[in-house]
Design a protein around this ligand. Sequence first.
Ligand SMILES: Cc1cc2nc3c(=O)[nH]c(=O)nc-3n(C[C@H](O)[C@H](O)[C@H](O)COP(=O)(O)OP(=O)(O)OC[C@H]3O[C@@H](n4cnc5c(N)ncnc54)[C@H](O)[C@@H]3O)c2cc1C
Length: 392
Amino acid sequence: VEKNIMPDKPLEMNKIDLLIDKAIKIEPKAKKVSFEKNQALNYEKLILALGSEPALIPIKGVDKKGVWLIKKDFEYLKALRKAALKAKNIVIIGGGFIGVELAEELSAIKGLSVSLAEKLDHCLTATFDPEFAEEVENKLKKKGVQIQTRARMEEILGEKEVKAVKLNNQEIPADLVILAIGAKPNSNPAQKAGLKLGECQGVEVNEYLETSEKDILAIGDCARTQCLLTKEFTPAMLASTACHEARIAVANLNKKENLIKNTGTLAVFSTSVDGLVMATTGLGEQAAKEKGFEIVIEESGAPNHHPGSLPDTQTIKTRLIFDQTSDRLLGGQLSGPESVSEMINILALAIQKKATAHDLGTLQVATHPLLTAAPTVYPLISATQGVLERIR
Ligand SMILES: Cc1cc2nc3c(=O)[nH]c(=O)nc-3n(C[C@H](O)[C@H](O)[C@H](O)COP(=O)(O)OP(=O)(O)OC[C@H]3O[C@@H](n4cnc5c(N)ncnc54)[C@H](O)[C@@H]3O)c2cc1C
């Protein structure tokens, strides 16, 4: 496992001085950061990339031995893995990406019973429409995961150690409970330095990622994010978003004019559960309706090889959501083989460039019998035909 830790070498090769230490005080007026072990540093510009912390659920028993979080901490995760390998019954609370992926991984351990509890109607509901979420749930069920949706968490039971989880008036035996209910920005150090916090507790930033102190920027999970489509504040926390913001912040560092703007966050997700790849971006059906859009939904299904009788052919399922007035693409969801995890990036670019059904319907693509759907039924194009026929 150790060999997978990201090496420091690329940083060193780019002549970046690496200081491994905890920043304990930020003084914006003095432009100074103090550290636990090393000497304080002065800065001209400071970029905060403080990340996030796993969220805790405010229920009785959450502090019992045997309740774990998914922290980005190698030693902690190694200890969790060891405990999971000894466990008989694991309950995962939270059916988002992390909960779902954990459930699949843990289901491979022989003799271990895995339950996944989600408070909403389906797992992955924040990002997928129900019919896509059901595909994932079916995969997990086939792997033996017991899924409890509409789960009302009541208490974690046991003396000092976890013995069971009480939800929906039912006791589920558990010697290990994993909380995977989301994350909160690690914005406390910024707040202590007097920086303003915005919605969702992220550090408030403007379109240039500057905080309330102009020479301090904030990026990634610790910063407030605004949805590209709705301009509302969103709790999206992704590595791809963090890197996008990092590129903008760095590109602007030494500039006085022609600064690059962050026009908003477009969360693009992909995951893989037992060979089924799921990908999504933009608004789902419910979110689009809640934001007041009149929408048109188009769907298509096509084999990922042509002819479809070729070995290992899988179906690519596509669901696109358009704004009825402007025909602009608002969101897209895909499921199928590995290629959908890259196809979603075409949809993400389309949304960023305000593409309409017409733009997608006239997309020029590469196709190959062994690698893609046939050009006549290319999924992203096929799923615009209904809208285009309506316009004609
Ligand atoms: C289990 C899991 C799976 C995920 N999978 C995906 C995925 O598939 N795709 C995706 O896009 N995103 C994924 N994410 C989200 C992704 O990890 C985060 O969005 C991303 O890491 C955010 O980057 P960041 O630099 O903002 O924060 P982090 O990567 O959290 O980095 C913050 C760093 O700051 C350090 N730090 C904090 N406070 C201080 C301080 N006072 N002094 C010095 N250092 C400090 C922390 O120790 C940490 O190293 C996943 C997250 C989890 C937990």
